[in-house]
Design a protein around this ligand. Structure first.
Ligand code: APR
Ligand code: PHB
Length: 394
């Protein structure tokens, strides 16, 4: 088989790139290790920045998001038992975010791909990337006991943190930066109305908590837990009890509990690969970087990587210029480091770090107190939360 761009991975990055390329008349094939059902079964964050909303519109998959997504103009920060609203909309001159689950984004992209009759190979075994240091790269995989080969101009490594593309880059050409946090997030999804109409990020002496949502009838809550905790240790009742203890009295009274639909623990990590290009192979999304989830930047960063890569590929095919693909890594990394900085900072501000002792907690509270009382401080939080523009600082 021959195509212009071979995309490895059918998560949001791969699917979005595939859809944008299709709209631009550029041919792509996606090869995915898992089944479509498996990909849709993963529960991830659900806050979209304006740039991501615009990109989904550009890809032609924004209709359901605009109908069902919840537009949020602010969020609450809770500390010392009191809630304070960050009025993002006012502080950023009218910008908002959209609460719409990553699972739904993925479903919309999958549906559009299927409707357009585009090729996605699911359950591909032993996917390998070859010859990306030449002008004729290849992707091979096994399916139904047969080995298949895709010849292409470029490989897009959209295969997530555990993918094969980054692992296939020459070790001597790659630099990785990593920080692993000493705790995880225990998440619970339930068909209960959200405790509040906007998100609540809570700093408490018992640890961080987050009250989020998927719709008016479905809630998503998180608790900071030690890495040694197992999800089996946490009954639904124990989860709700601990969440109550981390909230303010008002939210505690408002909280509606119910059986969990999903419960899982995710570790927190900051991770960046440099560069994001190895000859004719590019890394985009979680394949190149991970942010801790505080601030929900993961999906948004994946989307903007894809936008930069897409622009470069369009320039290559329409204008016969390699300038765009040559700039991809540098451009994407600038935005990635900014989001890494914000996600690390927000994580450090909101979580309990036992090794920092009581003074650590006091200093966090003082910083939070400064942020909510200073227009400049609040605006800095707001402008990062809604997302920096694509051309910020360029
Ligand atoms: N061959 C083919 N596909 C692979 C391989 C492989 N060797 N390894 C992994 N994959 C697939 C995975 O099964 C997955 O479906 O690549 C896909 C990568 O998807 P994601 O992990 O969702 O990564 P990405 O598309 O970049 O999306 C980033 O996901 O983790 C969140 O916070 C992150 O929201 C962000 C988004
Ligand atoms: C979520 O709804 O899953 C979510 C929201 C905001 C975050 C992280 C996760 O910062």
């Amino acid at each position: 088989m021959r195509t212009q761009v071979a995309i490895v991975g059918a998560g949001p990055s791969g699917l979005l790139l595939g859809q944008l390329l299709h709209k631009a008349g550029i041919d792509a094939v996606i090869v995915e290790r898992q089944s479509a059902e498996y990909v849709l079964g993963r529960i991830r964050a659900g806050v979209l920045e304006q740039v991501t909303i615009d990109l989904l519109d550009e890809a032609g998959v924004g209709a359901r998001m605009h109908k069902e997504g919840l537009v949020h103009g602010g969020f609450d920060m809770l500390f010392k038992g009191e809630r304070h609203r960050i009025d993002m909309n006012r502080l950023t001159g009218g910008k908002n975010v959209m609460v719409y689950g990553q699972t739904e984004v993925t479903r919309d992209l999958m549906d559009a791909r299927q409707a357009a009759g585009l090729t996605t190979v699911y359950e591909a075994v032993n996917v390998q990337v070859h010859d990306f240091d030449t002008r004729n790269p290849r992707v091979t995989y096994e399916k139904d006991g047969k080995t298949n080969e895709i010849q292409c101009d470029f490989i897009a490594g959209c295969d997530g943190f555990h993918g094969v593309c980054r692992a296939s880059a020459p070790r001597s050409a790659i630099r990785e930066y990593e920080k692993v946090y000493p705790f995880g997030w225990l998440g619970l999804l339930s068909d209960t109305p959200p405790v509040h109409e906007e998100l609540i990020y809570a700093n408490s002496e018992r640890g961080f908590a987050l009250c989020s949502m998927r719709s008016q009838t479905r809630s998503r809550y998180y608790l900071q837990v030690p890495l040694t905790d197992k999800v089996e240790d946490w009954s639904d009742e124990a989860f709700w009890q601990e969440l109550r203890l981390r909230l303010d009295p008002d939210a505690r009274n408002q909280l509606v509990t119910g059986p969990s639909i999903e419960k899982s623990i995710a570790p927190l990590r900051s991770f960046v690969t440099e560069p994001l290009r190895f000859g004719r192979m590019f890394l985009a999304g979680d394949a190149g970087h991970i942010v801790p989830p505080t601030g929900a930047k993961g999906l948004n960063l994946a989307a903007t990587d894809v936008k930069y890569l897409f622009n470069g590929l369009v320039e290559y095919y329409k204008e016969k210029s390699e300038a765009g693909v040559d700039r991809y890594s540098e451009l994407a990394l600038k935005r990635i480091w900014r989001a890494e900085r914000f996600s690390w900072w927000f994580t450090s501000l909101m979580h309990r770090f036992p090794e920092n002792g009581e003074i650590g907690q006091k200093l966090q509270e003082a910083e939070l107190d400064y942020l909510i009382h200073s227009e400049a401080g609040s605006r800095s939080v707001a402008e990062n939360y809604v997302g920096l523009p694509l051309d910020f600082g360029l």
